[in-house]
Design a protein around this ligand. Structure first.
Ligand SMILES: Nc1nc2c(ncn2[C@@H]2O[C@H](COP(=O)(O)OP(=O)(O)OP(=O)(O)O)[C@@H](O)[C@H]2O)c(=O)[nH]1
Length: 352
């Protein structure tokens, strides 16, 4: 059964961890851009470059706004657009009036844009950036230098693209590894609490229902004992495949314990969930595994109730499964939220 007690049983959500780091990167880039650019405002003003000074002032104001929204509301204002637009405008105008001094800022800006936006968008914006700087350089510098500038900027974009692409792939792969069970490919419990909480919020705010099915293979220990652990592993893989084949795309299949699976069924009421659970048990028991390993399973089913916590919801499913196990196995027990102590009508024994 699902063990919810104790810290570390349901570990931090890896997807949330990654997005937390992404927010921190965004915060640091805006913060350090502010620190680097703010002193240039009076310097450019003193050099009679009022327009550039104004441009940098608006850029810094934008940075402050983004930082405040990130800190106070955990919201990423402008999604990097403000940084990109003002950085490009400032570099172009500064190059035009200050020459090389303005150009030097193009290199860190290119790198920063890759960290602030989605990869495709960053490539597109940086391509426009390079073309715009090349155009200004063509008129501002001798031809040999125009080529050097254009080539070095384009090379920077290529290098950072490769880096960002590989880091993105690595991050996606690691997130997948951290959120799925390596044996069956099902989701593991790292995101369980967040997924359940999301459905509870949907119930609260929009009256959207969801049901939870806990499925536990019966007498799995005896399969390991009789056919060996490797066969047990292959049975678990095949069980996950069978369950997955029967589910809809929007349903989520978790492996929550050794021989225990959990299915979250969005937009599904108690009665429909119980019917589906029966079908799932039939799918598992209708044909022997690996040609000669017979399997039955038990299931507990319960619909989410308004105002409850994810652990009470899960506990109720757990109790239903417990009842199924202790009243003969190979059956579905449904428990409704209102009277959690009483098994609902749905008690059906599945052949086994
Ligand atoms: N092959 C294999 N066995 C596993 C894995 N994880 C857990 N198990 C085994 O699953 C068995 C679970 O045994 P029990 O908890 O006694 O449950 P059961 O034998 O299914 O009995 P009931 O649930 O009461 O029907 C144990 O023997 C575990 O070693 C796994 O990844 N692979």
């Amino acid at each position: 059964m699902v063990n919810q007690s104790g810290r570390g049983v349901l570990t931090a959500n890896p997807t949330e961890t990654v997005s937390g780091y992404q927010r921190r990167i965004v915060f640091h880039i805006h913060f350090w851009a502010l620190i680097a650019v703010a002193p240039l405002i009076p310097i450019q003003w003193a050099q009679d470059h009022a327009l550039l000074s104004l441009l940098l002032g608006v850029f810094c104001l934008g940075m402050v706004l983004v930082l405040l929204f990130l800190r106070l509301r955990d919201y990423y204002l402008f999604n990097g657009w403000l940084f990109a637009v003002f950085a490009i405008a400032s570099v172009l105008y500064s190059t035009l009036i200050n020459g090389y001094i303005g150009l030097f800022w193009a290199y860190p800006a290119i790198a920063a844009i890759f960290f602030l936006m989605a990869l495709r968008r960053a490539i597109g914006i940086n391509a426009v950036f390079v073309v715009a700087v090349a155009t200004v350089s063509y008129y501002r510098f001798p031809e040999a230098e125009f080529w050097r500038i254009t080539f070095s900027l384009a090379l920077s974009v290529v290098f950072v693209t490769i880096f960002a692409w590989l880091v993105g792939r690595m991050q996606a792969e690691l997130t997948k590894l951290a959120t799925t069970d390596p044996l069956t490919g099902c989701l593991n419990r790292s995101q369980l609490a967040d997924v359940l909480n999301r459905h509870i919020q949907l119930r609260e705010r929009y009256e959207r229902v969801a049901s939870l099915v806990l499925i536990d293979l019966d007498h799995f220990k005896s399969i390991n004992d009789r056919w060996g652990h490797t066969t047990g592993d292959r049975v678990l893989q095949e069980a996950a495949r069978r369950l997955d084949r029967r589910l809809r795309e929007c349903d989520q299949l978790f492996r929550v314990g050794g021989e225990e699976f959990m299915v979250i069924l969005p937009e599904t009421r108690q009665k429909t969930a119980e019917d589906l659970a029966r079908e799932l048990l039939i799918t598992l028991s209708s044909a022997p595994f690996l040609e000669d390993v017979p399997i039955t399973a038990s299931a507990g089913v319960t619909e989410v109730v308004r105002g409850e916590t994810w652990s009470t919801w899960l506990n109720r499913a757990d109790q239903a499964l417990y009842t199924a196990k202790h009243t003969g196995r190979g059956r579905v027990i449904g428990v409704r939220g209102q009277d959690a102590a009483m098994p609902a009508a749905g008690d059906t024994r599945i052949a086994g």
